[in-house]
Each structure stands twice: as structure tokens, then as C-alpha cells.
Write a protein that binds this ligand. Structure first.
Ligand code: PLP
Length: 394
């Protein structure tokens, strides 16, 4: 065996199982093209292009001046945990107490900590595919068995309950739901959720319900599995401030779960980050308690853009596009262009200067689709549509 040198990086084998989020890679590639002088329209990254509401910024700045610059309790500041408990009680129509809330830096740590806390080698986790890539990454990292539930266009990207029932086994420990959904914008209706709950029945299975886009809905209402009688006790709700209040850089999210599980998640947080930035948490209290009109304005603007991008994509030969009910993504079917998702995404970036993601960035069942984020100005969306059209049908 050749001798190792001091400089050789000897990673733990678990690192080979960790995936990533392609959005950040495409963003880097787009930035490189921009450095070379190319003008790129960014429809790849999933963050609101709006500013954090002024009152929330004010609350954060004021907290810094008042000395909220130190460690806080791992599970979050008591005032914020109570504010979140009140908010979730009223939006999900179930009583929630502050001991059931853990505040973390962004929604992502709830995925990370939940899977680390629950999944042993061989435990099965059912997760949406296409879906947010971090689910599959974390299941594999924890040596769990990743069981995809395909979300299909013909069902408006909702869960096929019969298929779900057929995937549940004695080893199923966790089922991940995500509504409104990244990358398709699909929304599970109240009826869908009740059917999913019925398929799960009274088995000892936990549900990680990723509701980070819960306020970004254009048709219908948000409904959480947490609101189904008997399910609050088995649900880990993920929500946060990144999307609703355009606060991606503040790193603020939370989980709501049975109190014993909240203690475990807080312990992981103690090991990982100690706590969420305390001035961010003070801003979060203002975000939830104060005027919501900035959110209403942002949702109305996303609604307008959704219609423009859907209508525009439908007018491009080879593109078929469902009108999603939520989030800020469209997921057109591009099979009739004759290109694979990856090839077309690369062509759009290199030849048309439009950055988007291949459907396969969200799992194998995303083939045949592209994901465009419409978190960009109407003007840029319209220009992107013109560029795509002239590339596809010159
Ligand atoms: C479905 C889903 N869950 C969780 C997250 C993570 O959000 P955060 O930036 O708050 O960590 C994202 C972000 O894109 C997402 O799309």
C-alpha cells in the first residue's frame, strides 16, 4: 500500500453518501459566465427577490443595539417559541405549546436533525420524488433506505395514495410530505391529506411535514396533516421565515413536534450550532406578530408572475406547463422538445443566458422537466421567455 502523505484528505466514508443542492452549483456556473461578460437571467435559485419587510429589519437592528448579541437557549428564545406556538395553533387549528417548538437556523436543520435523530441503518423513509434534494441526501447519509414516492404530472403532482400504501412496510419509520411543493409548486388539498392520513392509519410512523411554503398559495388553502385528528402527536412540522418573509440570509426556521422529540432536536442543536442567532430571533417575533401586509403584497406579485410564466411557457413549442397552486416554481414538461432535462438546462444557460434547473436535480422522477423559479422581476421573466422561445423555435 502506498504511504499516505500529510496532505492527503482522508474523509470519513459517510461523506460519499451525502448529496447536495444543484441550485447552488448552477448559480456558481452562472456567476462564472457573468464574470466572462455574459448576461444571465437567474431563474434557478429558490429565494424571494423581495427585501425583508422594513419593520422586521428594524426589529433586528434594534435587537442588536439592545445587546441581543450573545448565546441563547438551544431550543430558542422563550418569547419566540411562544409566538410560534400561538401562530401554529391558529394556522393549523391545533393547540401547540412552546415546549413543542424548536427554533433553528433555517428550515434545513429540521430535516437534518429529524433524520439524524430517527433513522438507523435499514430504516425506510418514504419521500417525494421529484423533491427537495436534501431529503434523499440525508436519508442516504444516515444509512436509511430511501423509498421514493413518485409525484406525477397527471395527478397535479399530488401523492398517489394507493402507491403510498403499497410502499409502507414494517420498516417504514418516517414519511416526508412537502406542500406546497418544491420543485413542482403542487399543493396537497385537504382531501389529499386526509387520504394520506388514512393510508398511514394508526401505524407507529412519524411524518415530517415540510410546510416552508405554507403562506405562498394562489388557489385554495393550506392544509397540514398536523390538523388531522390523531396526527399532531406523530407530526414534525417544518416551517420558517426564509420564504414567507424573504429572510433567507437571516437563517431562521422552526420545527413543531412532540415535546420529547423537541428535546432531542434541541440536543442536536446544542452539538451543532448551540443556538440560532438571538437578534434574528427577535426579528422573527416582529415578523409573526406585526403587520402582514408585506407578505400579502409579495404573494399577490408572485401570483401575477406565475400566470405570466405559465402562459409564456405554454406558448413555446415542445413545452407543456401545469399551473401550480403554490410556492414560486413552475415545472414544465419538456419531453416534446426531444432533449433530456439536463441537456436542455445546460443549453438554456450556455446559449440563451437563462439559468434554470434540470428536473433530475430533484430526483430520477424529475426527468422530462425543468424547474424555473419565478422569484425574479416580471421584466426579467418576460425576457427569459423570449430567449427560451428563440432558442427552441428560432
Ligand atoms: C422544500 C424546502 N424545504 C426546506 C427548505 C430550506 O429552507 P431554509 O432556507 O429556511 O433552510 C427549502 C429551501 O429551498 C425548500 O425548498
Amino acid at each position: 500500500m502506498p504511504a499516505t502523505t500529510q496532505l492527503e484528505l482522508r474523509l470519513a466514508s459517510r461523506m460519499s453518501r451525502l448529496g447536495t443542492e444543484t441550485a447552488f452549483e448552477v448559480l456558481n456556473r452562472a456567476r462564472q459566465l457573468e464574470k466572462q461578460g455574459k448576461e444571465v437571467i437567474h431563474l434557478e435559485i429558490g429565494e424571494p427577490d423581495f427585501d425583508t419587510p422594513a419593520n422586521v429589519i428594524e426589529a433586528g437592528v434594534s435587537a442588536l443595539h439592545k445587546g441581543w448579541t450573545h448565546y441563547g437557549p438551544p431550543a430558542g428564545l422563550p418569547d419566540l417559541r411562544q409566538t410560534i406556538a400561538d401562530y401554529v395553533s391558529s394556522t393549523r387549528s391545533v393547540p401547540v405549546s412552546s415546549e413543542e417548538v424548536v427554533v433553528v437556523p433555517g428550515g434545513k436543520p429540521i430535516i437534518f436533525f429529524t433524520i439524524l435523530a430517527l433513522i438507523d441503518a435499514g430504516d425506510e423513509v418514504i419521500y417525494p420524488n421529484p423533491g427537495f434534494p436534501i431529503y434523499e441526501s440525508m436519508i442516504n447519509y444516515s444509512l436509511g433506505k430511501a423509498i421514493p414516492i413518485p409525484l406525477r404530472e397527471e395527478r397535479d403532482f399530488s401523492v398517489d395514495v394507493k402507491e403510498l400504501a403499497s410502499l409502507i412496510t414494517d420498516r417504514t419509520k418516517l414519511i416526508i410530505l412537502n406542500s406546497p411543493h418544491n420543485p413542482t409548486g403542487g399543493v396537497l388539498t385537504r382531501k389529499d391529506i386526509f387520504e394520506v392520513a388514512e393510508a398511514i392509519g394508526d401505524r407507529n410512523i412519524l411524518i415530517l411535514s415540510d410546510e416552508i411554503y405554507s403562506r405562498l398559495i394562489y388557489d385554495g388553502d393550506h392544509f397540514s396533516i398536523m390538523s388531522v385528528p390523531g396526527f399532531k402527536e406523530r407530526t414534525i412540522l417544518l416551517d420558517g421565515f426564509s420564504k414567507t418573509y424573504a429572510m433567507t440570509g437571516w437563517r431562521l426556521g422552526y420545527g413543531v413536534m412532540p415535546a420529547p422529540m423537541a428535546q432531542v432536536v434541541a440536543k442536536l442543536q446544542t452539538n451543532a450550532t448551540s443556538c440560532t442567532a438571538t437578534f434574528s430571533q427577535m426579528a422573527a417575533v416582529a415578523a409573526l406578530r406585526e403587520d402582514q401586509s408585506a407578505v400579502d403584497r409579495m404573494v399577490a406579485e408572485f401570483h401575477r408572475r406565475r400566470d405570466v410564466i405559465v402562459d409564456g411557457l405554454r406558448a413555446i413549442p415542445g413545452f407543456q406547463c401545469a399551473r401550480p397552486k403554490g410556492a414560486f416554481y413552475v415545472f414544465p414538461n419538456i419531453t416534446r422538445t426531444g432533449h433530456s432535462s439536463r441537456t436542455l438546462a445546460d443549453m438554456l444557460l450556455d446559449e440563451a443566458g437563462v439559468a434554470c434547473l434540470a428536473g433530475t436535480a430533484f430526483g430520477e422522477f424529475g426527468e422530462g422537466h425543468l424547474r424555473f423559479s419565478y422569484a425574479n422581476s416580471l421584466e426579467n421573466i418576460e425576457e427569459a421567455l423570449r430567449r427560451i422561445k428563440s432558442l427552441i423555435a428560432p
